[in-house]
Design a protein around this ligand. Sequence first.
Ligand code: B12
Ligand code: SF4
Ligand code: SF4
Length: 315
Amino acid sequence: MLKYEDLQRVGAELGIHKLGVAAVDGIASERLDEWLNRGYHGKMSYMNRNQEKRLNPGELLPGAHSVISIFVNYHQDQILPELDGVISKYARSVDYHVVLKDFLHELANQLHADQVKNLSRKQRAKVYRVFVDSAPVMEKHWATAAGLGWQGKHSNIITREFGSWGFLGEIVTVEKFDQYSVEVPDLCGSCTACIDSCPTQAITEPYVVDGSKCISYVTIELDPEHPIPIDLQENMGDWIFGCDVCQDVCPWNRFAKASDVKAFIPVDDLRSGGVPDFSGIDGDTFQDMFGSTPLDRPGLRGLKRNQAVKHQLKK
Ligand code: B12
Ligand code: SF4
Ligand code: SF4
């Protein structure tokens, strides 16, 4: 049995901005099924796989009893130099998967000190597992269940303290807690700012995003071998990697605080030179400049495709 009080104490000592814990429960499949049936995943075929695991953490870790969820603020308030295209705030620094995994491993180690002492790495993996984004885990569901915040109408998790500029990560554990978190209410009220301002009308109804129409999807997830659909190109504006519009307009982000996590300070090349013209850069230079950042996902080919759309629009 783990203590809720220890979870909050260790989390605060490690500098994790928000954390909570939910008891494992199967997730109802209807909304995910509907989202997939409507084709809102586009070509993200990984969203259509491993549904048993996605809906039930017990399939990822047999005997799982609790899901600890963390929220780490990445907001930066410094203004970057003139850019040849805009890169979403979340992608200007070291890849968040690395940063969050470090937080999660440290937190999990400390919390399970008694349970895992003398255990090999393989044996530990039967006690707890950590996840950030890449595994089939419904991270927003668990963040809500762990009381970190509510799912806004743009579908991201919003916290009262930091708004929505934060990454999520989880520890799934076989341990039970002496106390579980309480969910917080939805505070969107009658606001519809995110829905009204989405450049591609990707928020088809409150809380539902058609991923295939989202600028984030076409600039990051859509394989560089595929051209961006023309109707979306016309509405991409200056975005060449990700999109922050629905979060920029959210009133809950007005009071966002700059993150104290040093790893989230933008990389030198973006701070000093801004976004380069990718057509003039070779693969090695790209790796040196941006290999440690999320820009490596679409890679140089993807960024060239995206920037070409922006250049075309300016003509
Ligand atoms: C696939 C994916 C995408 C896709 C699809 C987006 C989407 N909304 O699903 C694309 C590529 C478009 C994308 C974009 C972005 N993403 Co993304 N993405 C994911 C991923 C891998 C899975 C999300 C998922 O399961 N989608 C499937 C659908 C079914 O889930 P859903 O949106 O939660 O849908 C629910 C609601 O519609 C709800 N619902 C339906 N009706 C109603 C009614 C009410 C009243 C309520 C409350 C709910 C509700 O039911 C559905 C099922 O639960 C997660 C990581 C993870 N493993 O969870 C990151 C994740 C969600 N992404 C993240 C981020 C940061 C982004 C971007 C902000 C990046 C950017 N700046 O460009 C954008 C935001 C775009 C947006 N408005 O959603 C963060 C969000 C952090 C946060 N604070 O919430 C995550 C959690 C990654 C992480 N580890 O931090 N993403
Ligand atoms: S990230 Fe941009 S394109 Fe995607 S839903 Fe939000 S505003 Fe729309
Ligand atoms: S912009 Fe308004 S409706 Fe959208 S998530 Fe923020 S508070 Fe909710």
